[in-house]
Write a protein that binds this ligand. Sequence first.
Ligand code: FAD
Ligand code: SF4
Ligand code: SF4
Ligand code: SF4
Length: 394
Amino acid sequence: MSYSVYERKEDCCGCTACMNICPKGAITMQADEEGFLYPEIDGKRCIECGLCKKICAFQKEELSLEEMPQVYAVKASDEIRRQSSSGGCFTAFSDVILQKGGAVYGCAFDEKLKAEHIRAENERERDRCRGSKYSQSDLGTIFSSVKEDLKAGREVLFTGTTCQTAALREVLSEQEQKNLYTVDIICHGTPSPRLFADFIEYIEQKRNKKVKAYYHRPKDLGWRGGEKLIYADGKKESRTTLVDGWRNIFYGDLALRPSCYQCRYSNPCRPSDITIADFWGIEGYAPEFSDALGVSLALVSSEKGRRLFEACRSSLQIIERTMEEAVVKNPNLKVPTARPAARTQFWALYKEGGFPAIMRLYGKDTLKQKIKYAIKAIMRKCGLFALAKKILKK
Ligand SMILES: Cc1cc2nc3c(=O)[nH]c(=O)nc-3n(C[C@H](O)[C@H](O)[C@H](O)COP(=O)(O)OP(=O)(O)OC[C@H]3O[C@@H](n4cnc5c(N)ncnc54)[C@H](O)[C@@H]3O)c2cc1C
Ligand code: SF4
Ligand code: SF4
Ligand code: SF4
Protein backbone atom coordinates (compact mmCIF):
# COMPACT_ATOMS: atom_id res chain seq x y z
CA MET A 1 0.00 0.00 0.00
CA SER A 2 1.30 3.48 -0.81
CA TYR A 3 -0.02 6.89 0.18
CA SER A 4 0.86 10.59 -0.04
CA VAL A 5 2.51 12.65 2.69
CA TYR A 6 -0.33 15.20 2.39
CA GLU A 7 -3.81 14.71 0.98
CA ARG A 8 -4.10 18.20 -0.47
CA LYS A 9 -1.89 18.93 -3.49
CA GLU A 10 -1.62 22.58 -2.40
CA ASP A 11 0.28 21.52 0.73
CA CYS A 12 3.30 20.11 -1.11
CA CYS A 13 5.76 22.05 -3.26
CA GLY A 14 7.66 18.90 -4.29
CA CYS A 15 10.93 19.94 -2.64
CA THR A 16 12.13 16.33 -1.93
CA ALA A 17 13.23 17.13 1.65
CA CYS A 18 11.03 14.33 3.08
CA MET A 19 12.44 11.81 0.61
CA ASN A 20 15.96 12.81 1.62
CA ILE A 21 15.32 12.54 5.37
CA CYS A 22 13.32 9.29 5.53
CA PRO A 23 15.46 6.81 7.53
CA LYS A 24 13.84 3.81 5.80
CA GLY A 25 14.03 5.02 2.21
CA ALA A 26 10.25 4.65 2.12
CA ILE A 27 9.59 7.76 0.03
CA THR A 28 9.82 8.13 -3.74
CA MET A 29 8.75 11.09 -5.88
CA GLN A 30 5.96 10.17 -8.32
CA ALA A 31 4.38 12.29 -11.06
CA ASP A 32 0.64 12.97 -10.86
CA GLU A 33 -1.69 13.38 -13.85
CA GLU A 34 -0.56 17.01 -14.30
CA GLY A 35 3.08 15.93 -14.36
CA PHE A 36 4.16 17.37 -10.97
CA LEU A 37 6.22 15.22 -8.60
CA TYR A 38 4.79 14.30 -5.17
CA PRO A 39 6.23 12.11 -2.39
CA GLU A 40 4.68 8.64 -2.13
CA ILE A 41 5.19 6.60 1.03
CA ASP A 42 5.63 2.85 0.77
CA GLY A 43 3.44 1.64 3.66
CA LYS A 44 5.44 -1.59 4.02
CA ARG A 45 8.66 0.29 4.76
CA CYS A 46 7.34 3.22 6.81
CA ILE A 47 7.88 3.00 10.59
CA GLU A 48 5.73 6.11 11.27
CA CYS A 49 8.57 8.10 12.80
CA GLY A 50 6.97 11.37 11.58
CA LEU A 51 10.24 12.85 10.32
CA CYS A 52 8.84 13.52 6.85
CA LYS A 53 6.22 15.94 8.16
CA LYS A 54 8.57 17.43 10.74
CA ILE A 55 11.09 18.42 8.07
CA CYS A 56 8.54 19.90 5.68
CA ALA A 57 9.53 23.57 5.36
CA PHE A 58 6.42 24.29 3.30
CA GLN A 59 4.23 23.61 6.35
CA LYS A 60 6.33 25.43 8.93
CA GLU A 61 5.28 28.67 10.60
CA GLU A 62 5.76 31.89 8.66
CA LEU A 63 9.29 33.25 8.82
CA SER A 64 9.59 36.41 10.85
CA LEU A 65 11.40 39.43 9.53
CA GLU A 66 14.15 40.47 11.94
CA GLU A 67 15.66 42.98 9.58
CA MET A 68 14.55 44.08 6.09
CA PRO A 69 16.88 42.78 3.35
CA GLN A 70 19.16 45.33 1.71
CA VAL A 71 17.85 46.12 -1.75
CA TYR A 72 20.05 46.71 -4.80
CA ALA A 73 19.76 47.18 -8.54
CA VAL A 74 22.60 45.27 -10.18
CA LYS A 75 24.18 44.87 -13.61
CA ALA A 76 26.95 42.49 -14.68
CA SER A 77 28.98 43.11 -17.85
CA ASP A 78 27.09 43.40 -21.15
CA GLU A 79 28.57 40.09 -22.27
CA ILE A 80 27.21 38.25 -19.20
CA ARG A 81 23.84 39.98 -19.39
CA ARG A 82 23.40 38.84 -23.00
CA GLN A 83 23.43 35.26 -21.68
CA SER A 84 21.26 35.89 -18.59
CA SER A 85 17.58 36.53 -17.96
CA SER A 86 18.02 39.83 -16.14
CA GLY A 87 21.15 41.58 -14.85
CA GLY A 88 23.44 38.54 -14.69
CA CYS A 89 23.74 38.33 -10.88
CA PHE A 90 23.77 34.56 -10.89
CA THR A 91 26.92 34.41 -13.03
CA ALA A 92 28.72 36.91 -10.79
CA PHE A 93 27.89 35.01 -7.58
CA SER A 94 28.75 31.64 -9.07
CA ASP A 95 32.08 32.95 -10.46
CA VAL A 96 33.19 33.69 -6.89
CA ILE A 97 32.42 30.15 -5.74
CA LEU A 98 33.98 28.48 -8.81
CA GLN A 99 37.16 30.55 -8.44
CA LYS A 100 37.53 29.16 -4.92
CA GLY A 101 37.21 25.56 -6.19
CA GLY A 102 33.63 25.25 -4.96
CA ALA A 103 30.57 23.68 -6.53
CA VAL A 104 27.57 25.50 -8.00
CA TYR A 105 24.09 24.02 -8.18
CA GLY A 106 21.36 25.30 -10.45
CA CYS A 107 18.66 24.46 -12.96
CA ALA A 108 19.62 23.38 -16.49
CA PHE A 109 17.90 21.71 -19.44
CA ASP A 110 18.95 18.13 -20.17
CA GLU A 111 19.26 16.94 -23.79
CA LYS A 112 15.48 16.36 -23.93
CA LEU A 113 14.85 19.92 -22.64
CA LYS A 114 13.65 18.72 -19.26
CA ALA A 115 14.50 21.17 -16.46
CA GLU A 116 16.61 19.54 -13.77
CA HIS A 117 19.08 20.58 -11.09
CA ILE A 118 22.73 19.93 -11.87
CA ARG A 119 26.08 20.28 -10.13
CA ALA A 120 28.67 22.49 -11.86
CA GLU A 121 32.38 22.58 -11.17
CA ASN A 122 33.44 24.82 -14.04
CA GLU A 123 32.13 27.71 -16.14
CA ARG A 124 30.99 25.49 -19.01
CA GLU A 125 28.71 23.44 -16.74
CA ARG A 126 27.61 26.55 -14.83
CA ASP A 127 26.63 28.31 -18.03
CA ARG A 128 23.95 25.65 -18.58
CA CYS A 129 22.19 27.04 -15.49
CA ARG A 130 22.03 30.56 -16.91
CA GLY A 131 18.61 31.77 -17.98
CA SER A 132 15.16 31.08 -16.58
CA LYS A 133 13.52 27.76 -17.36
CA TYR A 134 9.77 28.11 -17.03
CA SER A 135 8.90 24.61 -15.83
CA GLN A 136 9.46 22.96 -12.46
CA SER A 137 12.95 21.50 -12.20
CA ASP A 138 13.51 17.91 -11.12
CA LEU A 139 15.76 17.92 -8.03
CA GLY A 140 16.42 14.18 -8.21
CA THR A 141 18.95 13.31 -5.50
CA ILE A 142 20.74 16.66 -5.70
CA PHE A 143 20.46 17.37 -1.94
CA SER A 144 22.67 14.32 -1.21
CA SER A 145 25.23 15.64 -3.65
CA VAL A 146 25.24 19.06 -1.91
CA LYS A 147 25.70 17.30 1.42
CA GLU A 148 28.69 15.34 0.09
CA ASP A 149 30.34 18.51 -1.22
CA LEU A 150 29.86 20.27 2.11
CA LYS A 151 31.17 17.28 4.05
CA ALA A 152 34.26 17.32 1.83
CA GLY A 153 34.84 20.92 2.98
CA ARG A 154 33.89 22.56 -0.35
CA GLU A 155 32.13 25.88 -0.63
CA VAL A 156 28.73 25.41 -2.27
CA LEU A 157 26.36 27.82 -3.98
CA PHE A 158 22.84 26.41 -4.31
CA THR A 159 20.39 28.33 -6.51
CA GLY A 160 16.74 27.63 -7.22
CA THR A 161 13.18 28.55 -6.37
CA THR A 162 12.56 29.76 -2.82
CA CYS A 163 10.92 26.50 -1.73
CA GLN A 164 13.92 24.53 -3.02
CA THR A 165 16.50 26.62 -1.17
CA ALA A 166 14.40 26.62 2.03
CA ALA A 167 14.07 22.82 1.86
CA LEU A 168 17.80 22.29 1.38
CA ARG A 169 18.52 24.16 4.60
CA GLU A 170 16.13 21.87 6.47
CA VAL A 171 17.99 18.71 5.47
CA LEU A 172 21.40 20.07 6.51
CA SER A 173 22.67 20.62 10.05
CA GLU A 174 23.92 24.06 11.16
CA GLN A 175 27.46 22.73 11.01
CA GLU A 176 26.99 21.42 7.47
CA GLN A 177 25.65 24.81 6.34
CA LYS A 178 28.86 26.63 7.28
CA ASN A 179 30.14 26.70 3.68
CA LEU A 180 26.73 26.86 2.01
CA TYR A 181 25.43 29.96 0.18
CA THR A 182 21.84 29.98 -1.03
CA VAL A 183 20.41 32.19 -3.76
CA ASP A 184 16.71 32.00 -4.59
CA ILE A 185 14.54 33.80 -7.13
CA ILE A 186 11.42 35.83 -6.55
CA CYS A 187 9.09 33.17 -7.80
CA HIS A 188 5.96 33.64 -9.86
CA GLY A 189 5.38 29.85 -9.81
CA THR A 190 6.57 26.85 -11.79
CA PRO A 191 4.57 25.28 -14.63
CA SER A 192 4.16 21.57 -15.22
CA PRO A 193 7.23 19.82 -16.68
CA ARG A 194 5.00 17.31 -18.48
CA LEU A 195 3.14 20.10 -20.24
CA PHE A 196 6.42 21.66 -21.36
CA ALA A 197 7.57 18.29 -22.76
CA ASP A 198 4.24 18.08 -24.62
CA PHE A 199 4.79 21.60 -25.95
CA ILE A 200 8.19 20.65 -27.41
CA GLU A 201 6.70 17.50 -28.94
CA TYR A 202 3.83 19.56 -30.42
CA ILE A 203 6.31 21.94 -32.08
CA GLU A 204 8.38 19.04 -33.43
CA GLN A 205 5.31 17.48 -34.98
CA LYS A 206 4.11 20.78 -36.48
CA ARG A 207 7.51 21.62 -38.00
CA ASN A 208 8.56 18.04 -38.61
CA LYS A 209 12.04 18.50 -37.09
CA LYS A 210 13.79 18.17 -33.75
CA VAL A 211 14.16 21.06 -31.31
CA LYS A 212 17.79 21.20 -30.14
CA ALA A 213 17.80 24.22 -27.82
CA TYR A 214 15.16 26.37 -26.15
CA TYR A 215 15.38 29.85 -24.60
CA HIS A 216 12.50 31.31 -22.62
CA ARG A 217 13.98 34.81 -22.51
CA PRO A 218 16.79 35.22 -25.03
CA LYS A 219 18.31 38.70 -24.83
CA ASP A 220 18.52 39.10 -28.60
CA LEU A 221 14.74 39.61 -28.35
CA GLY A 222 15.19 42.20 -25.59
CA TRP A 223 14.90 42.09 -21.78
CA ARG A 224 11.15 41.51 -22.01
CA GLY A 225 11.43 39.51 -25.25
CA GLY A 226 9.67 36.30 -26.25
CA GLU A 227 10.60 32.64 -26.58
CA LYS A 228 13.20 31.33 -29.04
CA LEU A 229 14.24 27.88 -30.16
CA ILE A 230 16.88 26.31 -32.35
CA TYR A 231 16.13 23.24 -34.44
CA ALA A 232 18.53 20.37 -35.07
CA ASP A 233 19.11 21.74 -38.61
CA GLY A 234 20.37 25.03 -37.09
CA LYS A 235 17.31 27.10 -38.06
CA LYS A 236 15.86 29.40 -35.40
CA GLU A 237 12.27 30.32 -34.63
CA SER A 238 10.92 33.15 -32.49
CA ARG A 239 8.04 35.60 -32.42
CA THR A 240 5.53 33.18 -33.93
CA THR A 241 2.23 32.12 -32.38
CA LEU A 242 3.64 28.61 -32.14
CA VAL A 243 6.74 29.43 -30.10
CA ASP A 244 5.09 32.12 -27.99
CA GLY A 245 2.42 29.60 -27.02
CA TRP A 246 4.35 28.70 -23.88
CA ARG A 247 4.52 32.32 -22.82
CA ASN A 248 0.73 32.54 -22.96
CA ILE A 249 0.37 29.37 -20.92
CA PHE A 250 2.97 30.45 -18.32
CA TYR A 251 1.70 33.99 -17.86
CA GLY A 252 -1.91 32.77 -17.99
CA ASP A 253 -1.02 31.03 -14.67
CA LEU A 254 -3.07 27.98 -15.63
CA ALA A 255 -0.34 25.38 -15.50
CA LEU A 256 1.45 26.31 -12.25
CA ARG A 257 1.91 23.78 -9.47
CA PRO A 258 -1.08 23.91 -7.08
CA SER A 259 1.20 24.86 -4.14
CA CYS A 260 2.36 28.00 -6.02
CA TYR A 261 -1.06 29.62 -5.54
CA GLN A 262 -0.49 29.29 -1.79
CA CYS A 263 3.22 29.98 -1.75
CA ARG A 264 4.38 30.80 1.75
CA TYR A 265 7.45 32.63 0.44
CA SER A 266 5.62 35.49 -1.29
CA ASN A 267 6.94 38.16 1.05
CA PRO A 268 10.11 40.20 1.70
CA CYS A 269 11.21 37.79 4.43
CA ARG A 270 13.54 35.47 2.54
CA PRO A 271 14.91 32.08 3.67
CA SER A 272 18.01 32.49 1.45
CA ASP A 273 21.19 34.53 1.76
CA ILE A 274 20.42 36.44 -1.42
CA THR A 275 17.28 36.68 -3.57
CA ILE A 276 17.49 37.62 -7.25
CA ALA A 277 14.86 38.79 -9.72
CA ASP A 278 14.22 41.24 -12.51
CA PHE A 279 14.18 44.84 -11.33
CA TRP A 280 10.98 45.64 -13.20
CA GLY A 281 10.22 49.36 -13.11
CA ILE A 282 13.87 50.45 -12.63
CA GLU A 283 13.54 52.78 -15.64
CA GLY A 284 11.18 54.92 -13.52
CA TYR A 285 13.41 55.04 -10.39
CA ALA A 286 16.88 55.22 -11.92
CA PRO A 287 16.56 55.85 -15.68
CA GLU A 288 20.33 56.40 -16.03
CA PHE A 289 20.93 52.85 -14.72
CA SER A 290 18.30 51.10 -16.82
CA ASP A 291 19.05 49.73 -20.28
CA ALA A 292 17.83 47.16 -22.79
CA LEU A 293 20.14 44.37 -21.53
CA GLY A 294 18.33 44.07 -18.20
CA VAL A 295 18.79 44.92 -14.55
CA SER A 296 18.66 42.48 -11.63
CA LEU A 297 17.04 43.09 -8.30
CA ALA A 298 19.11 41.65 -5.44
CA LEU A 299 17.83 41.32 -1.88
CA VAL A 300 20.64 40.58 0.56
CA SER A 301 19.25 38.98 3.71
CA SER A 302 22.14 37.58 5.76
CA GLU A 303 25.73 38.18 6.77
CA LYS A 304 26.83 35.36 4.48
CA GLY A 305 24.85 36.97 1.65
CA ARG A 306 26.61 40.27 2.32
CA ARG A 307 30.02 38.56 2.09
CA LEU A 308 29.18 36.95 -1.24
CA PHE A 309 27.72 40.20 -2.56
CA GLU A 310 30.78 42.21 -1.50
CA ALA A 311 33.08 39.67 -3.18
CA CYS A 312 31.38 40.52 -6.51
CA ARG A 313 31.54 44.31 -6.19
CA SER A 314 34.36 44.74 -8.70
CA SER A 315 32.52 42.78 -11.40
CA LEU A 316 29.10 44.40 -10.93
CA GLN A 317 27.54 47.85 -11.23
CA ILE A 318 25.44 48.33 -8.10
CA ILE A 319 23.09 51.00 -6.79
CA GLU A 320 21.13 50.87 -3.56
CA ARG A 321 17.32 51.00 -3.86
CA THR A 322 14.32 50.49 -1.57
CA MET A 323 11.96 47.62 -0.81
CA GLU A 324 9.00 49.87 -1.71
CA GLU A 325 10.36 50.17 -5.27
CA ALA A 326 11.17 46.46 -5.47
CA VAL A 327 7.64 45.41 -4.57
CA VAL A 328 5.69 47.63 -7.00
CA LYS A 329 6.22 45.49 -10.11
CA ASN A 330 7.11 42.26 -8.35
CA PRO A 331 3.78 41.32 -6.73
CA ASN A 332 5.15 37.91 -5.71
CA LEU A 333 7.09 39.73 -2.99
CA LYS A 334 3.70 40.40 -1.42
CA VAL A 335 1.19 37.77 -2.50
CA PRO A 336 1.23 34.42 -4.29
CA THR A 337 -0.01 34.27 -7.87
CA ALA A 338 -3.81 33.97 -7.84
CA ARG A 339 -5.28 30.66 -8.95
CA PRO A 340 -7.29 31.39 -12.10
CA ALA A 341 -10.89 30.22 -12.09
CA ALA A 342 -10.22 28.54 -15.46
CA ARG A 343 -7.49 26.23 -14.07
CA THR A 344 -9.83 23.29 -13.52
CA GLN A 345 -11.29 23.66 -17.00
CA PHE A 346 -7.76 23.94 -18.46
CA TRP A 347 -6.67 20.57 -17.04
CA ALA A 348 -9.99 18.93 -17.91
CA LEU A 349 -9.43 20.00 -21.52
CA TYR A 350 -5.87 18.61 -21.40
CA LYS A 351 -7.12 15.24 -20.17
CA GLU A 352 -9.77 15.17 -22.89
CA GLY A 353 -8.00 16.58 -25.95
CA GLY A 354 -4.30 16.50 -25.01
CA PHE A 355 -1.87 19.33 -25.67
CA PRO A 356 -3.19 20.27 -29.17
CA ALA A 357 -6.54 21.22 -27.57
CA ILE A 358 -4.72 23.37 -24.99
CA MET A 359 -2.68 25.10 -27.69
CA ARG A 360 -5.77 25.92 -29.76
CA LEU A 361 -7.59 27.54 -26.86
CA TYR A 362 -4.86 28.95 -24.64
CA GLY A 363 -1.71 29.00 -26.78
CA LYS A 364 -3.30 31.40 -29.27
CA ASP A 365 -2.29 29.10 -32.14
CA THR A 366 -5.34 30.35 -34.05
CA LEU A 367 -5.68 31.81 -37.55
CA LYS A 368 -6.53 35.29 -36.17
CA GLN A 369 -3.41 35.31 -33.99
CA LYS A 370 -1.27 34.02 -36.86
CA ILE A 371 -2.38 36.93 -39.07
CA LYS A 372 -1.67 39.40 -36.23
CA TYR A 373 1.86 37.96 -35.80
CA ALA A 374 2.51 38.03 -39.56
CA ILE A 375 1.55 41.75 -39.72
CA LYS A 376 3.79 42.50 -36.72
CA ALA A 377 6.71 40.64 -38.36
CA ILE A 378 6.33 42.68 -41.57
CA MET A 379 6.20 45.93 -39.56
CA ARG A 380 9.35 44.91 -37.66
CA LYS A 381 11.17 44.08 -40.91
CA CYS A 382 10.26 47.43 -42.46
CA GLY A 383 11.32 49.30 -39.31
CA LEU A 384 7.79 50.63 -38.83
CA PHE A 385 7.83 49.98 -35.04
CA ALA A 386 11.02 52.04 -34.60
CA LEU A 387 9.54 54.82 -36.74
CA ALA A 388 6.34 54.88 -34.69
CA LYS A 389 8.41 55.07 -31.45
CA LYS A 390 10.39 58.04 -32.80
CA ILE A 391 7.22 59.89 -33.77
CA LEU A 392 5.65 59.24 -30.35
CA LYS A 393 8.79 60.53 -28.56
CA LYS A 394 8.57 63.77 -30.49
C1 FAD B 1 9.96 29.76 -12.71
C2 FAD B 1 10.53 31.13 -12.51
C3 FAD B 1 9.73 32.16 -12.04
C4 FAD B 1 10.26 33.45 -11.85
N1 FAD B 1 9.46 34.45 -11.40
C5 FAD B 1 9.95 35.71 -11.29
C6 FAD B 1 9.13 36.79 -10.86
O1 FAD B 1 7.94 36.63 -10.58
N2 FAD B 1 9.70 38.05 -10.78
C7 FAD B 1 11.00 38.25 -11.08
O2 FAD B 1 11.45 39.41 -11.03
N3 FAD B 1 11.82 37.25 -11.43
C8 FAD B 1 11.32 35.99 -11.55
N4 FAD B 1 12.16 34.96 -11.91
C9 FAD B 1 13.60 35.19 -11.90
C10 FAD B 1 14.18 35.81 -13.14
O3 FAD B 1 13.58 35.28 -14.28
C11 FAD B 1 15.69 35.57 -13.24
O4 FAD B 1 15.97 34.21 -13.07
C12 FAD B 1 16.45 36.32 -12.21
O5 FAD B 1 16.22 37.68 -12.41
C13 FAD B 1 17.95 36.01 -12.24
O6 FAD B 1 18.49 36.46 -13.41
P1 FAD B 1 20.08 36.54 -13.64
O7 FAD B 1 20.25 37.37 -14.86
O8 FAD B 1 20.78 36.97 -12.40
O9 FAD B 1 20.51 35.04 -13.79
P2 FAD B 1 20.34 33.93 -14.89
O10 FAD B 1 21.61 33.67 -15.57
O11 FAD B 1 19.17 34.17 -15.71
O12 FAD B 1 20.19 32.66 -13.90
C14 FAD B 1 19.13 31.88 -13.77
C15 FAD B 1 19.04 31.40 -12.34
O13 FAD B 1 17.74 30.87 -12.16
C16 FAD B 1 17.79 29.51 -11.76
N5 FAD B 1 16.68 28.82 -12.44
C17 FAD B 1 16.39 28.88 -13.76
N6 FAD B 1 15.28 28.16 -13.99
C18 FAD B 1 14.90 27.62 -12.82
C19 FAD B 1 13.86 26.73 -12.44
N7 FAD B 1 12.96 26.27 -13.29
N8 FAD B 1 13.80 26.35 -11.14
C20 FAD B 1 14.70 26.80 -10.24
N9 FAD B 1 15.70 27.65 -10.55
C21 FAD B 1 15.79 28.05 -11.83
C22 FAD B 1 19.17 29.01 -12.16
O14 FAD B 1 19.58 27.94 -11.33
C23 FAD B 1 20.00 30.28 -11.98
O15 FAD B 1 20.36 30.42 -10.64
C24 FAD B 1 11.63 33.68 -12.13
C25 FAD B 1 12.42 32.63 -12.61
C26 FAD B 1 11.91 31.36 -12.79
C27 FAD B 1 12.79 30.26 -13.27
S1 SF4 C 1 6.78 20.03 0.52
FE1 SF4 C 1 8.69 18.89 0.38
S2 SF4 C 1 9.00 17.99 2.42
FE2 SF4 C 1 6.88 18.69 2.30
S3 SF4 C 1 5.74 16.89 1.64
FE3 SF4 C 1 6.24 18.00 -0.21
S4 SF4 C 1 8.17 17.14 -0.94
FE4 SF4 C 1 7.90 16.48 1.18
S1 SF4 D 1 7.03 8.50 8.80
FE1 SF4 D 1 9.27 8.16 8.90
S2 SF4 D 1 9.58 6.15 7.95
FE2 SF4 D 1 7.53 6.81 7.41
S3 SF4 D 1 7.79 7.79 5.44
FE3 SF4 D 1 7.90 9.39 6.99
S4 SF4 D 1 10.07 9.59 7.41
FE4 SF4 D 1 9.80 7.66 6.34
S1 SF4 E 1 5.81 29.81 -6.22
FE1 SF4 E 1 6.50 29.11 -4.23
S2 SF4 E 1 5.83 26.97 -4.14
FE2 SF4 E 1 5.80 27.56 -6.29
S3 SF4 E 1 7.82 26.95 -7.06
FE3 SF4 E 1 7.93 29.10 -6.46
S4 SF4 E 1 8.72 29.07 -4.38
FE4 SF4 E 1 7.96 27.02 -4.84
